[in-house]
Design a protein around this ligand. Structure first.
Ligand code: ZN
Ligand code: ZN
Length: 167
């Protein structure tokens, strides 16, 4: 079927279509109206941030500051506050996954089917993030959900640690 890149493009196209249709009332779908009402549309700004993630590829975990720096370098005039807002929205829209570090730090990665349910080893000092896979964590999540009658969405483990460079 589709690879993850194609799927992302499809979702972007879908969101754009919905945003256009709600803007011009071409189609009045309930979903389109909701997207419009919440302001959850793929604006050029949001697309720029998504493209950045697309270009660096999955498996990279960036902070808002790093994203801001990269965009400014590619001559986009955008404030850090806008980046924070954009990232929050892209997480809500299901394009990005948010990782919580220590002391309120956050990193973002592209949600991708190439690396489903992976886990993170995160340095609390410099933010270096390594991914790993572990079937036992997935199994524990499955069991906990089943025992409590929950529908499982994802099981992921964030391990906070100090990397060799920061010890
Ligand atoms: Zn990751
Ligand atoms: Zn470190």
């Amino acid at each position: 079927m589709f690879n993850s890149h194609q799927r992302l493009l499809l979702r972007i196209a879908e969101s754009l279509l919905l945003s256009l249709s709600s803007q011009y009332n071409i189609i009045s779908s309930p979903l389109g109206e909701d997207l419009h009402k919440d302001g959850k549309r793929l604006t050029p700004q949001r697309l720029k941030v998504l493209n950045l993630f697309e270009n660096i590829g999955s498996g990279n975990h960036l902070s808002a500051e790093e994203i801001h720096e990269k965009l400014v370098k590619s001559s986009s005039k955008v404030s850090l506050a806008t980046i924070y807002r954009t990232l929050r929205l892209l997480v809500q829209m299901g394009f990005l996954h948010e990782l919580e570090l220590s002391e309120g730090g956050h990193r973002y990665e592209l949600l991708s089917n190439e690396t489903p349910d992976h886990h993170h080893l995160i340095c609390i000092r410099c933010g270096r993030t390594e991914e790993f896979e572990n079937d036992q964590v997935l199994e524990a999540g499955k069991v906990a959900a089943r025992v409590n009658g929950f529908k499982l969405i994802e099981s992921s483990l964030n391990v906070r640690a100090i990397c060799p460079n920061c010890i």
